[in-house]
Design a binder for this molecule. Sequence first.
Ligand code: 13P
Ligand code: SF4
Length: 361
Amino acid sequence: MAADGFQFAFTPEIEALTLPAWEKVKRHVTPMEWRLQAPLIAEINRLKREKNAVILAHNYMTPEIFHGVGDFVGDSLALAKEAARCDAAVIVQAGVHFMAETSKILSPEKRVLIPDLRAGCSLASSITGADVRLIKQRYPGLPVVTYVNTTADVKAETDICCTSANAVQVVEEAARLWGVDRVILIPDEFLARNVARQTDIGIIAWKGRCEVHERFNAADILELKAAYPDAEVLAHPECPAEVLEVSDFAGSTAAMNDYVLKRKPKRVVLITECSMADNVAADAVDTEFVRPCNLCPHMKRISLENIYEALVHDRYEVTVDPAIAERARLAVQRMVDLPPPAKPARYDLVKARHHVDVELI
Ligand code: 13P
Ligand code: SF4
């Protein structure tokens, strides 16, 4: 049943239409749940065609969204690139508010909708544009590299954006272009510390944290490794450095996905948001997933029901002040225009470095 009370029937036609998605989600969704979800999925997909809309779904969306209605799925970097590229009239962002703002910044002519305006992010709310102006006064001449997990206001004060997939490359590129040996990398303290372990560029960092990844610690990972000695541990670089130090690999959500699909480990642990493993597992049938994980309450505000309502009622539109958007676009576009990194970002070279130069503001 949709949230507006409309009841859709699970007819044989709907069952046939949604069979490919069912094949992907059946390890995580019960047949009873599917009888309710499948008609909604079919209706959302029909509405998308009617309204010339696409759904950009982040890797942390639940499997029925990710596999059922997502037109483009991936990490923050892939979704930003897709927003710039796609030619739909409407983008429905199945993700959080900063992602919808990024889409609007890159595609001002499109209508960008987010199904729940409360889908925020602890990193994005840790810093304001005014904070960045103060930082720039304190460190004149240093380039400002900002994680995409920030508001448009913050991006407008930024020289170049980055994501977890390209942060090392962006930091080194910014230092080269500005002719300096230190850069400002905000607002994620842990991402900044993990990047600093891979480069000789000094980093000025801010004390923002991802509320999902900051809760992991090295002791839990070591306990897991003791219980499952053959499991390969993959951690997101928003985790504390101590977690990466005892992990086998670290990278963005897309890098984790690639690792599992290409290397086909027998057993794996993904130290990140809970839906990530569910979505990768659909295609990694020979891998067993050990599942300690933390839920992101912001990502989990997005549901099939509110995606359906977003399309029916054309809500909730995300707008960005054009003057802010114009300045923010420069920073995001610089990132989008970078060539793909020569090798994928890996943050687990931690052990190799002795000196890590981070100044925390
Ligand atoms: P990536 O998808 O870029 O790895 O980011 C993870 C995240 O926390 C997004 O909110
Ligand atoms: Fe923000 Fe962390 Fe949630 Fe991503 S997982 S939206 S970084 S709080």
